[in-house]
Design a protein around this ligand. Structure first.
Ligand SMILES: Nc1nc2c(ncn2[C@@H]2O[C@H](COP(=O)(O)OP(=O)(O)O)[C@@H](O)[C@H]2O)c(=O)[nH]1
Ligand SMILES: [Mg+2]
Ligand SMILES: [Zn+2]
Length: 348
């Protein structure tokens, strides 16, 4: 973090995305004692939090993530009270550790960014969509780089088969398309986040949206020589229109945990069918009375989609149990998940 940041004296809570949901959690006395601040940056060295006329660095140790609202304890910032979240995006931390990593809090809309190139992968999009639904945010798939693809619409049609709960927008991230086509979600008081692999255009989208009177909160040296933002860590940008935008670095591995509800929402049609299987613990492989197998045989549902659903459910079940303390053999885990992935032909 840098000390040469522009002044934030004229910052208001509204510009930071303060909503009724948070106001309802605090009394006048609370506000008197400890002003609300929002976590706008997460670094290894700690958090940065902004409030009305406030710009504070908070050392590591407080259980907050980017997007969180806290009542700032001026004397002991790490003791600041974190307000209840209306949404929380999390994943299983990469690596062998059994930990949950908080990605962002209090996001209204998640733009799941993919490009109309070889990067496009339905299984990965489903993974992000389930995570977003579980978090309590609205997923929107944004497909960039249509100019680099022969048939972007065909690709978009594939994305549209993911779920009727998820809208798909195709746009060139450069220029003014993002402002126009994402305006429905980027309204004053809303907080939106861009998730997706590295290189798909997330920062380009953020730049396109903030092209204009962005409230400058970014240290100069973290913008490149043309003044554009680059992404080294999770950071919120305050747009002039009162919308807050979170840019994230690409996540190489997105492991689900505690995502049963999100998966059930995303795959509502399959979950409903599964409810009609004869056995409650039906694995939909070759059990008698399996409604999923029957629908497959009848050609009513897509076999690949069913396989992807099973992969995600298996992974979520495994991670959820292991993170909550159940001891699994690493081999058992690797075998179960790899088996299914192999059948799919790719990692997703
Ligand atoms: N042709 C084309 N290039 C794009 C588009 N969107 C982004 N890019 C380029 O893709 C590269 C990666 O973009 P960036 O925003 O840094 O991706 P991020 O890693 O997701 O933040 C940059 O060179 C962008 O100019 C698009 O719609 N069309
Ligand atoms: Mg970026
Ligand atoms: Zn079944």
């Amino acid at each position: 973090m840098s000390d040469d940041m522009p002044p934030t004296d004229d910052l208001t809570l509204a510009a930071l995305g303060w909503q009724e949901f948070f106001a309802e959690q605090v009394s006048d006395a609370d506000l008197e004692a400890a002003p609300p601040v929002r976590v706008t940056e997460v670094h290894r060295s700690g958090l940065r939090a902004l409030g009305a006329g406030l710009d504070r660095r908070i050392p590591p140790g407080v259980a907050a993530t980017v997007g969180d609202w806290m009542l700032l304890d001026r004397d002991r910032p790490v003791d600041s009270r974190v307000l209840d979240r209306h949404s929380l995006i999390k994943r299983r931390a990469p690596g062998k550790g059994h930990e949950v990593q908080l990605i962002a809090a209090n996001i209204d809309t998640v733009f799941i960014v993919t490009s109309c190139t070889r990067e496009f992968n339905v299984a990965r999009l489903e993974r992000y969509a389930a995570l977003t639904l579980e978090a309590g945010a609205v997923p929107v798939i944004v497909m960039t780089k249509p100019d680099l693809c022969d048939d972007a619409q065909a690709m978009a049609d594939r994305a549209r088969t993911i779920s009727d709960r998820v809208e798909v927008v195709v746009l060139d991230a450069r220029g003014d398309a993002p402002r126009r086509d994402l305006a429905r979600w980027c309204r004053p008081g809303q907080t939106v986040a861009f998730l997706g692999s590295s290189g798909v255009g997330k920062s380009t989208l953020v730049n396109a949206l903030s092209d204009g009177p962005e409230i400058a909160t970014q240290p100069a040296r973290e913008a490149d020589d043309r003044g554009r933002h680059t992404t080294t860590h999770r950071q919120m940008h305050l747009l002039g229109n009162g919308c807050v935008v979170l840019d994230t670095p690409g996540m190489r591995e997105l492991q689900l945990t505690d995502t049963a509800d999100g998966l059930a929402t995303l795959f509502a049609d399959l979950e409903m069918l599964a409810g009609q299987c004869k056995f409650r613990d039906c694995a939909h492989e070759r059990e008698p009375g399996c409604a999923i197998m029957a629908a497959l045989d009848a050609g009513d549902i897509d076999a690949n989609r069913v396989e992807r659903w099973k992969v995600l459910v298996a992974e979520d079940t495994f991670n959820t149990e292991s993170l909550s303390g159940r001891r699994w053999d690493e081999k058992e885990r690797a075998e179960g998940i790899r088996d299914r992935r192999a059948r799919l032909g790719k990692g997703g």
